[in-house]
Structures are given as structure tokens and as C-alpha cells.
Design a protein around this ligand. Structure first.
Ligand code: SOE
Length: 409
């Protein structure tokens, strides 16, 4: 396989190398690989990421991915990747069913871990992972969950404004994450629609993002929820790879074992109310993540389809001229923007992953706890579990247990 030195630019680079091993190479793997390739070329990182190896079970598939994505070598067993002395960070981009096993093995082997969201498929797994991460941190081993949207510059700016008190006491958080890729009942039964692999459906895949964002932006944790969930299409054609004819061909079908949509209300520790909608059935909505915060002094609103913009209403301005105004978040003063293009030259989805790598590498080099931590991932998992419990009990108000010794979020 061709050797590619991704970050030395052909010039002398005396920064210590950071060997990266990634497990899984599909959509999320491609997004992470792009970020590992790019972060050190845009930001001045204290360590030099080296894309050492990618692991996947299919030898031809993983080799092709390595070529495309820029990995130096391949492994067909993730255990071999975790055991490699030239791997310092294990980046987990597999379906949720294997997150816990891989992360626990990597932490035990003294590797830093970046794990895709949601952290795990159950609270029990997430607890074990957060516990292992806390013990590993004492030995200087770092772990982070891949809630990439925190690294959207406009949302990082929103967090800064909330922390500065620009909204005052929060009253409402309103969050939606809408997709439509399974509205067709003949769409096949892919892994994301199977509980044993994905843990839950729209709830864990999309709801996890907006729960994390809501808690991150508010700087507070959710203390309870009331929820409804629904599975609109309960059986789907088995994917062709499982031996069934192509979708719509009248072949074997299997049960959908996760939710298609989850709607819930919640309450924050500080008293603010929240509403959440996560669905894969919002026909016409491809990847619509929207969040709005209303406080006693003002409001903020964000829409991923216009991700370079943040809308701010300053409720302290004179009523005659007050109103929402659009902040174009491309100034060098804005989070992450100092390293990118001149003002007005907009960023996209992939940059959130680049920023995630930037922050992880800085945390590793400085010996700091990265954010979101596995404890933050567990906090989201506790909310998801409370949502499922509430929905199963007819929307009964369900408390989200506090983590012992945990910070606000
Ligand atoms: C699901 O459709 C998905 O790919 C999520 O898994 C990602 O986390 C989200 O960023 C985009 O949508």
C-alpha cells in the first residue's frame, strides 16, 4: 500500500506523531478520515496526526477505503488495531452495538478514544464506558464522544453568548432534528432500524444530537422528560445483502425494532422547559437540525441548513427597533474561524469534524479532559433511556437520574 504522510507537507516536522487507528469506514468513518487528513493542515496542532491504520471486516472493502481515505495500512480485526504499538488513538466509527467492547479494550490498552455518538446502546454500557474513561484519565488516557455539531462555529458562538449571560435566565429550549430517508415503506431493513445493532431509532441517532446540544448550550442537564415514540412502518424488506430480492420485489421482510420518531418535553435543572422532535418521517426534510433558546434577556436560533448563521434577538434593545438579527459567523473572532478563510467564505458540515479533531488533539497534548467526555455521553444516554421509559408508560413524567459526582451537564 502507498505510504502517505498526511501532515508533514513534505517539509521537516518535528512535532511528536500521534498514531491514529480508526474502526469502521462508512459514512462516519469517511467524515472522520477527512477530518484527520485536514485538521493538521489548517490548524497548528501540537501533535502530528498520522493515519496509521483503518480496521474493517471486509478485506477488499477496507483496502479500498484505506486508499480513498488516506490510511497507511489496514486491519481486518479491530483487536489487532487496538494492540498496535503505533496506534495512540482509537477512533470508533462502527454501529453502536460494538462501541462499548472496542472502547473498553482500547482504554485498557492505554489508547485515547474518540467514540461516535450515541456513546452506547444502553445505559449499562455507557456507565461501564464512563467508569473506564474516568479510571483511564488518571493514567493520562483521554476519551471524547463525537457530538460533532457542538463544533459548528455558530453553535460554539451560541454557547459563548449563553455563558456570557446574553440570554439571561433560560425559559425555553426548542429543538428538532428531522430527516426523511425511510418514508418509503419499501426502504430496506438496514442496521439503523434494528435495536440489537443501533440501540434505538430516530431517538438515539438524531435525538442524541439535540439532547447533547440542548444541554451543552444551556450549560445544564435535563432532569426529567415526558415522551411519545412511534414506529410507523413495522416491517420492511430485508436488504439485498441478506439474501432477499431488491426492495419492492416481494421477498422476505423483517420487523423494524426501533422507533421512527420520538417527541418529548423536558425540564432543565435551572427550571427552563424544553421540547424535542426527532424523526425520520419528515417528508422533504433531509437533515434539518434546528434549535432555539429563549431567555429573559434575549433569544438565539440556529438552523443547520444555514449553518454559518446565528440569529440573535436582544430583548434589551428598544422595542421600536429590536428584532432578530442575522450574525454571519465567519469572522476571525468567531470560534474556529481564525484558521479558515477570510470573512464571508462559508464553512460546511465536514468542518465540524475537523474542529472535533483539533480540540481532541489539543486536549491530548495538554493532558486536559476533552469535551464532550464519556460522562457527558452517559448523561445523554440517561435522557434517551428516560424517554423510552416514559413512552412505554404512556408519557408518564420520568426523572433523569443524576450522575454521582458529575458536573452540571
Ligand atoms: C443519520 O442519518 C445521520 O447520519 C446520523 O447518524 C449522524 O449523526 C448525523 O450527523 C446525520 O445523520
Amino acid at each position: 500500500m502507498d505510504r502517505q504522510d498526511d501532515t508533514s507537507h513534505g517539509t521537516e516536522d518535528d512535532r511528536p506523531p500521534l498514531g491514529v487507528g480508526m474502526v469502521g469506514y462508512a459514512f462516519m468513518g469517511a467524515a472522520h478520515a477527512q477530518a484527520w487528513r485536514t485538521a493538521g493542515r489548517v490548524f497548528d496542532l501540537p501533535l502530528r496526526p498520522v493515519m496509521t491504520a483503518v480496521a474493517g471486516r471486509d478485506p477488499a472493502g477496507v483496502r479500498a477505503a484505506a486508499r480513498r481515505q488516506g490510511w497507511r495500512s489496514v486491519e481486518t480485526d479491530w483487536r489487532a488495531l487496538v494492540a498496535r504499538p503505533d496506534v495512540d488513538v482509537v477512533d470508533i466509527c462502527t454501529p453502536g452495538e460494538s462501541h462499548a467492547e472496542i472502547a473498553l479494550a482500547a482504554l485498557a490498552a492505554g489508547k485515547h478514544v474518540l467514540c461516535e455518538k450515541p456513546l452506547a446502546n444502553s445505559v449499562a454500557e455507557a456507565r461501564a464506558m464512563a467508569g473506564a474513561a474516568a479510571s483511564a484519565a488518571v493514567r493520562g488516557v483521554r476519551s471524547m464522544v463525537g457530538f460533532n455539531y457542538r463544533r459548528t462555529p455558530a453553535l460554539a458562538l451560541a454557547r459563548r453568548m449563553v455563558a456570557e449571560g446574553r440570554l439571561g435566565a433560560l425559559r425555553h429550549v426548542r429543538a428538532q432534528y428531522l430527516q426523511d430517508w425511510i418514508v418509503d415503506p419499501e426502504f430496506p431493513l438496514v442496521w439503523r432500524l434494528r435495536r440489537e445493532q443501533a440501540g434505538s431509532g430516530a431517538l438515539g441517532d438524531l435525538g442524541a444530537h439535540i439532547v447533547d446540544l440542548a444541554q451543552y448550550l444551556a450549560g445544564e442537564r435535563l432532569t426529567g422528560v415526558s415522551a411519545v415514540t412511534e414506529t410507523f412502518v413495522r416491517e420492511r424488506p430485508l436488504p439485498a445483502a441478506a439474501g432477499a430480492p431488491a426492495a419492492g420485489g416481494g421477498g422476505a421482510r423483517g420487523p423494524v425494532t426501533v422507533d421512527d420518531a420520538a417527541l418529548f418535553t423536558g425540564r432543565f435543572a435551572g427550571g427552563a422547559l424544553a421540547s424535542f422532535e426527532a424523526t425520520r418521517f419528515a417528508n422533504g426534510r433531509k437533515n434539518a437540525l434546528r434549535i432555539e433558546l429563549n431567555g429573559e434577556r434575549g433569544s438565539l436560533a440556529f438552523d443547520l441548513e444555514r449553518l454559518n448563521e446565528l440569529h440573535f434577538h436582544d430583548g434589551c434593545e428598544p422595542a421600536a427597533t429590536a428584532g432578530f438579527r442575522r450574525i454571519l459567523v465567519t469572522e476571525p473572532e468567531h470560534p474556529y474561524l481564525e484558521a479558515w478563510w477570510p470573512a464571508g467564505h462559508v464553512l460546511g458540515y465536514e468542518h465540524t469534524f475537523v474542529h472535533q479533531i483539533r480540540d481532541l488533539v489539543h486536549a491530548i497534548a495538554a493532558g486536559d479532559e476533552p469535551s464532550p467526555s464519556f460522562a457527558d455521553g452517559l448523561q445523554v444516554q440517561l435522557v434517551l433511556a428516560a424517554v423510552e421509559e416514559s413512552a412505554a408508560r404512556g408519557s408518564t413524567w420520568t426523572p433523569v437520574p443524576a450522575q454521582l459526582g458529575a458536573a452540571a451537564r
